[in-house]
Write a protein that binds this ligand. Structure first.
Ligand code: AMP
Ligand code: GLY
Length: 422
């Protein structure tokens, strides 16, 4: 069959490379794709938000199946639209995608179905929100309700910071419509765990767990980013924690969504925190994580396309999903300035002897020369039986990459190795 992947990041590159090895695949396309997906998928120009363009591409290129990867097209109902036009796709419909596109929806769902999460209150009136934080304990967590490129969360240390975050979001429209409604949450502490799971709305099959490193600089300092590196599996996700997650969070979430009349199909991302009072949900995403996908998919032994089709068709129960033993490490190489403003168009060179997997996140080939085109530019990924070796090999290869202003964190995997070494 012919498959079209929507998106253009390192995550999409990892998905395309995995799909390319499927025995079910004839031709693979990516819209718009990037300098990495170009190697395995035929690029189609256009925007992932342009429903008519995507449908036209499906007709022009005889596409049988669309993988809708990023959050924005899911939130505007790309999957429902394609389905109405007779095209099958991977991912949740608009109603189910609210689990990410509205934090208020997600929090109310968890409250109604007793899924453990931080205490919270939803506000649509800035004065009432400010009054509320006057009496709140700090730190307090202020979140824009809608999608905000991962920038909609403020951890406010005192009343003044909280008031500013509320004003910026609700009155200054810093996140546009996404921030007109906010959620104010209790601050939780503990290690974070990312769990991605395939689901067809009835059955849920978790993937290998992972650990993201969200802050820009070493030692978890600096601003939040889309993710500066990952390791898998996450050593905090031991057998007991996994059992707790399945019983209290993963299965109840899938059942809750079905009960609400919007069964979730696709990849559901659970951002979990292991607190003193048990495991809690920090966030849901309605899609594969980036850069979690870049460490999880290299450990998948089974056919990704077969699994994806089963989530759409409701037959996940009968699919055998196998994982390789071992670990993976991903290091994001970013442009100086990221997650703030940064320059583009820098020429990338790679020394001889590079022997890791290289996913392209934000780079394009121009006249045969690879140049930077984004904040997160490259993902260097290595797998090995031991995490220590995966981390070491990823770093040895990351050092071989050069472009003006390139930077990466030097401590990806350090915390995970400390936990493993007791
Ligand atoms: P989110 O976009 O909701 O995942 O939030 C981004 C990051 O903010 C999370 O990965 C956490 O590190 C942090 N965060 C979010 N909610 C809370 C909370 N209730 N308590 C402590 N940290 C939080
Ligand atoms: N790495 C976090 C995310 O994809 O949202």
């Amino acid at each position: 069959m012919n498959v079209l992947v929507l998106g253009s990041g390192g995550r999409e590159d990892a998905i395309c490379r995995k799909l390319a090895s499927s025995p079910l695949l004839d031709k693979l396309y990516a819209l718009p794709g990037n300098g990495g997906t170009d190697k395995v998928a035929i690029p189609i120009s256009g925007s992932v938000m342009d429903k008519e363009r995507v449908l036209r591409a499906c007709h022009d290129f005889l596409i049988d199946y669309v993988v809708v990867t990023p959050d924005d097209p899911l939130a505007i109902g790309m999957v429902d639209f394609l389905s109405r036009n007779g095209i099958k796709s991977f991912g949740p419909g608009k109603a189910a995608a609210r689990i990410e596109s509205s934090k208020a929806f997600a929090k109310d769902l968890m409250k109604k179905y007793s899924i453990p999460t931080a205490g919270y209150k939803v506000f649509i009136d800035a004065d009432k929100a400010i009054d509320y934080v006057r009496g709140a304990s700090f730190p307090a967590v202020i979140k824009a309700d809608g999608l905000a490129l991962g920038k909609g969360v403020t951890i406010a240390g005192n009343f003044n910071e909280a008031e500013k975050a509320i004003r910026d979001s609700m009155l200054e429209h810093k996140f546009g419509l996404s921030g007109e409604k906010i959620v104010i949450e209790e601050f939780l502490e503990g290690p974070e765990i990312s769990v991605l799971a395939f689901t067809d709305g009835k059955v849920i099959r978790p993937m290998v767990s992972s650990m993201d490193h969200k802050r820009a600089f070493d030692g978890d300092r600096g601003p939040n980013t889309g993710g500066m590196g990952t390791v898998a599996p996450n050593p905090y996700y031991d057998e007991e924690t996994e059992k707790e997650a399945m019983e209290k969070i993963l299965i109840p979430t899938i059942r809750a969504m079905a009960k609400e009349g919007c069964p979730f199909k696709g990849c559901l991302y659970f951002g979990l925190m292991k607190t003193e009072n048990g495991l809690k949900v920090i966030e849901y995403n309605s899609r594969f994580g980036d850069p979690e996908t870049q460490v999880v998919l290299p450990l998948l032994e089974s056919d990704l396309l077969e699994i994806m089709l089963a989530t759409t068709d409701g037959s996940l129960e009968s699919v055998d999903i196998r994982w390789k033993k071992g670990s993976a490490c991903c290091i994001t190489i970013a442009s100086s300035g990221y997650p703030g403003p940064y320059e583009k168009g820098k020429q990338i060179s790679i020394d001889d002897g590079f022997d890791a997997t290289l996913y392209i996140a934000g780079a394009k080939e121009e006249d045969g020369i690879l140049k930077t085109s984004g904040g997160r530019v490259l993902n260097v990924v290595s797998t090995a039986p031991l995490l220590r070796d995966a981390v070491e090999n990823a770093y040895r290869n990351a050092e071989k990459i050069h472009f003006d202003g390139a930077f990466f964190r030097k401590d990806i995997g350090r915390k995970a190795l400390e936990v493993l070494n007791g």
